[in-house]
Design a protein around this ligand. Structure first.
Ligand code: UGA
Length: 430
């Protein structure tokens, strides 16, 4: 078993801490945020990720949380960089936290492998290695080990990964990093650093492309009378296409797809290549978030001023409190701009949203959000919304209009109850 240092106690860092501890390793997790470290020391976890609190608690004796970077760096044979790389104003990835981590490396002669899990532009590993060489840190080697974790299912994604990708120029370094994953039943792909970095971007960009593609098909379905849910099913039965990431809706959000698609576009542009397809993927996604407004106007009239619109779900997807780039933000902001009275509810993301959009009214339950509503928009398909007593919902709403932004509700059943139901790319009923 090895000693690992994990730099950055965000989503990726904490899941790496918990899962690597589950695999038997000893971890020192470092973060610059003293409050966060204090909370983690007391057994709290600052994010909502199913199973994470329990898994960290289970291995508490193998995990140390600290703000002391010198101590943290000295402790690990492997130093996992899990810091965030948010988009800059130009759409590039902000690598300042990666460079900060490199600056903090102790100038001792102890051997370490730096393992980058953060999503970084292709070429970053080469730059880091050049910097290490320039500083004379020949005892420090480098590997890229991108993560493919989805928020909400991150622990299962780690422990049952479709693949583990390790990029390193030295096969011995690649083998040492791959060996850390012993205990999980996943194929390991070892490659060069640049290709490992590109696998991460290309995977996210392809999944985002699949979503924008099916969203455009959905929009054409609406215009032609086809039903996108059946179309996606029929397409997905072709093994070359596959059934995943073909759920039409009100666009993708989150901290990864928007950022990574934009960063890949910039990366291509900076290298002199115009990545046309990604422009369309981004534009389709932006327009998709706004399509619900048109649907509401079709049912409520052009004037949304004073209309009470209930938004069910604010997180960018279920089982997370993350609202980064969530479609709910654009939707709520557009509705507020139209003068509508927006009432939102989310099982866990409400505090995050309240801080961002205080002009929205936040309800304490889904039923409260639906009281006297002129229309309801399902924004995030939390299971509790699918299981609502819709007969009671019908009684509490002022007008029985449901726009299903995720095609997750049973439209015909709602129509039976007297609702006017409209999904994305499906036939309206009621
Ligand atoms: C995504 C990738 O799926 C992970 O493999 C990757 O590791 C991660 O980004 C990352 O780069 O860290 P995540 O952002 O957590 O994971 O969420 P997804 O489940 O991929 O969903 C992203 C967005 O796409 C959500 O807003 C979701 O509602 C939307 N989506 C997803 C659709 O609109 N349709 C689909 O068919 C699937």
């Amino acid at each position: 078993m090895s000693r690992l240092t994990v730099v950055g106690a965000g989503y990726v860092g904490l899941v790496t801490v918990a899962c690597m501890a589950e695999l038997g390793h000893h971890i020192v997790a470092m973060d610059v945020d003293a409050d966060k470290v204090e909370l983690l020391r007391k057994g709290g976890v600052p994010i909502h990720e199913p199973g994470l609190t329990d898994l960290i608690a289970k291995h508490r004796e193998r995990i140390e949380f600290t703000t002391d970077h010198a101590h943290a760096y000295r402790s690990g044979e492997f130093i996992f960089l899990c810091v965030d790389t948010p988009p800059t104003a130009s759409g590039d990835a902000d690598l300042s936290r990666i460079w900060q981590a490199i600056d903090n490396l102790p100038p001792d002669e102890v051997e370490h492998v730096i393992v980058t899990k953060s999503t970084v532009p292709v070429g970053t590993g080469a730059l880091v290695k050049a910097e290490l060489d320039q500083r004379g840190y020949r005892h420090i080697t480098y590997a890229s080990n991108p993560e493919f974790l989805r928020e909400g299912t991150a622990i299962a994604d780690f422990m049952h990964a479709d693949r583990v990708v390790v990029g390193a120029d030295d096969p011995a370094v690649a083998a040492s990093v791959a060996a850390l994953y012993q205990g999980i039943d996943s194929p390991v792909l070892t490659t060069d650093v640049a290709s490992a970095e590109m696998i991460k971007y290309a995977s996210n960009a392809f999944l985002a492309t699949k979503i924008s593609f099916i969203n455009e098909i959905a929009n054409v379905c609406e215009a032609t009378g086809a039903d996108v849910t059946v179309v996606a099913k029929g397409m997905g039965m072709d093994r070359r296409i596959g059934p995943h990431f073909l759920q039409a809706g009100i666009g993708y959000g989150g901290s990864c797809f928007p950022k990574d698609v934009s960063a890949l576009k910039q990366l291509a542009g900076n290298s002199g290549y115009h990545f046309q397809l990604l422009n369309a993927v981004i534009e389709v996604n932006e327009l998709q978030k706004r399509r619900v407004i048109g649907k509401l106007k079709r049912h409520l009239g052009e004037e949304l001023r004073g209309k009470r619109i209930s938004l069910l779900g604010l997180a960018f997807k279920p089982n997370t409190d993350d609202i980064r780039q969530a479609s709910s933000i654009i939707l709520a902001s557009r509705l507020l701009a139209e003068g509508a009275h927006v009432v939102g509810f989310d099982p866990v993301a409400t505090p995050n949203m309240r801080a961002l959009l205080p002009a929205v009214t936040y309800a304490a339950s889904a039923m409260e959000a639906l009281e006297e509503a002129d229309a309801c928009v399902l924004v995030t398909e939390w299971s509790e919304f699918l299981e609502l007593d819709w007969a009671s919902v019908k009684k509490t709403m002022a007008q029985p209009i449901v726009i299903d932004g995720r095609n997750a509700l049973d439209g015909p059943a709602l129509a039976q109850l007297g609702f006017i139901y409209e999904g994305i790319g499906t036939r309206s009923v009621g």
